[in-house]
Design a protein around this ligand. Structure first.
Ligand code: GTP
Ligand code: MG
Length: 292
């Protein structure tokens, strides 16, 4: 069995998020997890677990094992092989967050079978897409709290990427008209860097993102209307461009993640951190265990 064949049969979790949010750091932490001491007495600091990272330019896929029996207490540090515990293998796909490389990452959300734009889906990505089980969208909870306008991890930049990711999933759900809907892909918004005192708690990360996504939705809709796109379709009662570019409940004033349930997209927001002291990354790991 070659490596590429085994890849195509494993469930995959796709890591998205702006540059600097911690995707590569998280990938490294999960990869090293089982090698870290799990005994409370000689717990290494998380700092040791993650070496310095730099901006990614290419995606990277790693294979991990996760517990299948006790998902409520499992940790990424548990060495499942050593314990002989029941486990499942899955792929974690780390993607570059740079604005110019985001489209390639987003194309992995589109299931080949329900492809929106087949020409953009290369052979290697469809292999992963068929098994895509969940998306983790990492955000820098400290970046959202300050006026970091202009930076990749600012509220505006983060929400704009998140809007595109969620809209792609929404289009994926609505594209299969008449036929069987594609399997739903749940989204975890991981509010990272909670070790920093400037970081916002997960609840505020959630409400700030919802407010910003609502602003983006209104602005993009206005842009489409001003350009005249979609107006005629709307009058004709058909699903025009404006409606298909609208995230969540069409015409609603405020955006909330709950509106995506209509499209079978479940969104959770959970806080954590990869380096430093804080709640750590186990809650994210358990979320994966539940979804995979
Ligand atoms: P791109 O590859 O450019 O898309 O970025 P990325 O999302 O892969 O970010 P990366 O993992 O390289 O992390 C960016 C920086 O954030 C690094 O300096 C990390 O050490 C730091 N970082 C990641 N997680 C945490 C965290 O929980 N707390 C703190 N304080 N820093 C973190
Ligand atoms: Mg990276």
């Amino acid at each position: 069995v070659t490596r590429s064949t085994s890849y195509s049969t494993l469930p995959a979790v796709l890591l998205l998020g702006p540059s600097g949010s911690g995707k590569t750091a998280l990938t490294t932490l999960f990869e090293r997890g089982p090698y870290l001491s799990s005994s409370e007495s000689e717990k290494p600091s998380l700092q040791d677990a993650v070496p310095a990272t730099h901006t990614s330019q290419t995606p990277q896929t790693i294979e991990l094992s996760i517990s299948t029996d006790d998902t409520s207490t499992t940790s990424y540090k548990t060495d499942l092989d050593a314990l002989g515990a029941p486990h499942k293998k899955f792929l974690l796909i780390d993607t570059p967050g740079h604005a110019k490389l985001r489209n390639a990452a987003l194309s992995r959300l589109i299931d080949s079978k329900y492809s929106l734009n087949p020409s953009t889906t290369s052979k290697s990505t469809t292999t992963d897409n068929n098994k895509l089980k969940a998306v983790i969208f990492l955000v820098d909870a400290a970046g959202l709290s300050e006026d970091t306008s202009g930076s990749d991890t600012s509220l505006a930049s983060t929400a704009s990427y998140l809007y595109d990711a969620l809209l792609t999933l929404q289009k994926r759900a609505t594209s299969a008209k008449g036929s069987k809907a594609p399997p739903s892909i749940p989204v975890l918004i991981a509010a990272n860097k909670l070790d920093l005192f400037t970081a916002l708690p997960a609840a505020l990360v959630k409400s700030n993102l919802e407010a910003e996504l609502g602003r983006i939705r209104a602005a993009r809709s206005k842009g489409l209307l001003d350009s005249g796109v979609g107006v005629d379709d709307d009058l004709a009662g058909g699903g025009g461009d404006e409606e298909s570019e609208w995230l969540g409940e069409y015409g609603s004033e405020k955006f909330s993640f709950k509106q995506l349930m209509e499209f079978d997209i479940e969104v959770d927001v959970i806080g954590g951190n990869i380096v430093g002291d804080g709640p750590g990354a186990d809650k994210w790991w358990r979320w994966i265990a539940e979804k995979i």
